[in-house]
Design a protein. Structure first.
Length: 330
């Protein structure tokens, strides 16, 4: 294809001074990749295969944190010398910022949407964190997403061989993100950017209503204690539906047959196992922000139902039945 082919692809960018040589270097460098246009990117990758490694400038992504709708956002920059490095750093930082501001968008969702930026070559990426962390928006200046409906269904992908060096590239990213947000009571929205590219927004659930106040119980009085201060104790109850104060390590009884009726949290756990390949209780606890005892119990339940089984390292991986169940969710 050569420079003339890239000129045809970049069009106006080439005439306005866009550095075509830098673009070619990005395609050929192991840490670089181009905007997704399958035939052209594949031709460029073939043409540059075996060439000497060419240094490229590090990629920079901006995170805009809106503490208030009426105030300018705080701006952070995340750098990466390779796609892998940028994906790792950006996913971790966006997740931390969203959590610090009060949000609860799962790490799995943020990671999938970050990896999706590979399709845009991380061109002009901005990640916005709004609504106290409950809304995380990824925008880019890539080729955009032309068929939103199919993009949200498993198996539809525009990933090239070059892109699969950095992501799975099997058409699972956006469907998993959308399913996880649905389980959380939120949603995924895909729109076109103003001048090309895509805008993908993860809408977290609205704040849950505060639990009813617990009336304090008085176990003594001033006359009983000879003091002007009564002895007051409040019974605090923590109930996330999972007896989260159960100490880890206690054997969990095998659950009764449930005809494969899973809770939303158990479905999220199953999707997480599919995403990472194999995982233990501590990983589930960290990724889904649940108590360790809850993670133990959910994994034990899913294993008893036949959806997962322990491997040689003790981590759980999907069984064929688990794969079939997940396919049924979509």
């Amino acid at each position: 294809m050569g420079v003339l082919g890239l000129k045809r692809f970049f069009g106006a960018r080439a005439s306005s001074g866009y550095d075509i040589q830098q673009s070619m270097a990005a395609f050929s460098h192991p840490g670089g990749f181009g905007v997704h246009a399958p035939s052209i990117v594949e031709e460029a990758a073939l043409e540059t295969a075996g060439s000497a490694e060419t240094p490229v400038s590090r990629s920079i992504v901006r995170i805009a944190v809106y503490d208030s709708r009426t105030a300018p956002p705080r701006i952070e920059e995340v750098f990466g010398d390779t796609p892998h490095e940028l994906i790792e750093r950006l996913s971790a930082r966006v997740y931390q910022v969203a959590r610090d501001t009060g949000g609860a968008v799962p790490y799995t969702v943020i990671r999938e949407l970050t990896e999706n930026l590979v399709h845009a070559g991380f061109r002009d990426v901005v990640v916005s964190v709004l609504d106290e962390g409950r809304l995380v928006r990824f925008s880019d200046a890539g080729p955009g997403i032309r068929d939103v409906d199919r993009a949200l269904r498993p198996g539809f992908s525009t990933a090239t061989a070059e892109m699969r060096r950095y992501i799975k590239g099997v058409g699972s990213g956006l469907p998993i993100a959308a399913e996880c947000m649905g389980f959380e009571g939120g949603s995924i929205q895909i729109e076109m950017n103003l001048s090309g590219g895509a805008v993908v927004t993860a809408h977290g659930p609205h704040e849950k209503a505060d639990p009813p106040a617990v009336e304090p119980e008085v176990f003594g009085s001033a006359s009983d204690t000879g003091s002007d201060v009564a002895v007051v104790a409040s019974r605090l109850r923590v109930d996330d539906g999972a007896d989260s104060d159960e100490p880890p390590g206690i054997p969990v009884p095998k659950p009764a047959p449930s005809a494969h009726k899973l809770t939303d949290r158990q479905k999220r756990t199953l999707l997480l196992v599919m995403e990472v390949g194999a995982i233990g209780p501590s990983g589930v606890s960290r990724e889904l922000s649940v108590a360790l005892s809850t993670a133990h119990r959910d994994l034990a339940f899913l294993e008893a139902e036949g959806f997962i089984r322990a491997n040689a390292t003790g981590k759980r991986a999907l069984t064929p039945l688990g794969v079939t169940y997940i396919e049924g969710l979509f």
